[in-house]
Design a protein. Structure first.
Length: 352
């Protein structure tokens, strides 16, 4: 089957079913038994069947483009720019253009006439544009789940955000922290909601009070510096600060320096890295970590321990799922997982 294009008829013959059954099974339509649907999809994958994109577009009056909706603050954040580049690259591999939608969104009918499908990244339950996007009449993939009311199914690519913050809290306590604080994002996205809930549940499970402060979803370094100064002044027993918003961790470092807190160790001084002993402040130590890795954490002094969410790969994964749905390779309600990694650095006394 490798010397020519594999057709629906080829799949039908190999699976022992009719051509119409193959079509219904791959599109997720019709009354096809689940076992038959699974067998047809397995045969199609084994044979290397790929739907004819030109014919598919003619049948569906396709535009050859997909839409990308990002949070309103996305242009200020490195994470979303990398995610967008990854999504565009993957969409182009299936011959699809990417249309960046205005943050305010548009009426569902107008959107559906312009694109074949939609990527909606970190949708806020309180974003008035999102319901119309989800109900636009085209396939939708959300980057993280939408926590608001939805009228129809949508696919999703999700990270285990509870696990990533748990890993950070476990790490700083293993490095000696006894009173950690989390600067959690405001808002009603799945990411923000999971981080706030996990900070509370982790503390209850470990019998440790996690000091929780809410900062803007896209907090600037200046905003996190102000919040951290106030926090450490009011509660000097805090010996670890985990900062959520992308790019804002340097503000925590500046606050620590201004208050004479040595970054890189918990408790009473002895930082793992930094200036000569004579030049160091005499204050207690402070561990610093971040929920989103990027240039601001990698280039900080000291470099900041952070969760690498692999945004370009995440964007590719979202676009790939949408491409698979449009090509009848995936069900419109598919949920896929995206992996993250913990990058430990000097800000928590860890080797880079």
């Amino acid at each position: 089957m490798t010397s020519r294009t594999v057709t629906l008829l080829d799949v039908a013959r190999a699976a022992g079913v009719s051509k119409s059954t193959v079509s219904d099974a791959l599109q997720g339509s019709g009354r096809v038994a689940e076992a038959t649907r699974d067998r047809v999809r397995a045969v199609a994958q084994e044979l290397g069947y790929r739907p004819n994109s030109a014919a598919r577009r003619l049948r569906r009056a396709s535009t050859g483009a997909v839409g990308l909706h990002l949070p309103a603050t996305a242009t200020r954040l490195d994470y979303y720019m990398n995610l967008a580049f990854g999504a565009v690259e993957r969409a182009q591999e299936d011959g699809l253009d990417m249309v960046l939608l205005a943050p305010s969104g548009a009426a569902g009918g107008r959107i559906a006439s312009r694109v074949d499908g939609l990527l909606v990244i970190d949708p806020e339950a309180g974003d008035s544009a999102v319901p119309g996007l989800l109900d636009a009449g085209v396939p939708v993939v959300t980057g993280e789940r939408y926590l608001g009311p939805a009228t129809g199914p949508s696919a999703a690519v999700v990270c285990d955000n509870a696990a990533s913050l748990t890993a950070l809290l476990d790490h700083v306590t293993e490095r000696g922290a006894r009173r950690p604080a989390v600067l959690a994002p405001s808002g009603s996205s799945a990411w923000a909601t999971a981080l706030r809930a996990t900070a509370r549940s982790w503390g209850l499970a470990h019998g440790v009070e996690v000091v929780l402060r809410t900062v803007p979803f896209a907090a600037t370094p200046a905003e996190t510096e102000e919040t951290t100064r106030a926090l450490l002044t009011a509660d000097p027993a805090v010996d670890a600060v985990i900062c959520a918003p992308d790019g804002s961790a340097p503000g925590v470092l500046r606050a620590a320096a201004a208050l004479g807190r040595e970054v890189g160790t918990a408790g009473g001084g002895g930082a793992a890295t930094g200036p000569p002993e004579s030049a160091r402040p005499a204050g207690p130590g402070l561990l610093v970590a971040a929920c989103v890795d990027g240039p601001a954490t990698r280039g900080a002094e000291p470099p900041v321990t952070a969760v690498d969410l692999r945004p370009a790969a995440y964007g590719r994964a979202c676009a790939e799922l949408l491409c698979d749905i449009l090509a009848d390779r995936a069900d419109p309600a598919t949920v896929r997982r995206h992996a993250w990694s913990l990058e430990t650095r000097a800000s928590t006394g860890s080797p880079g």
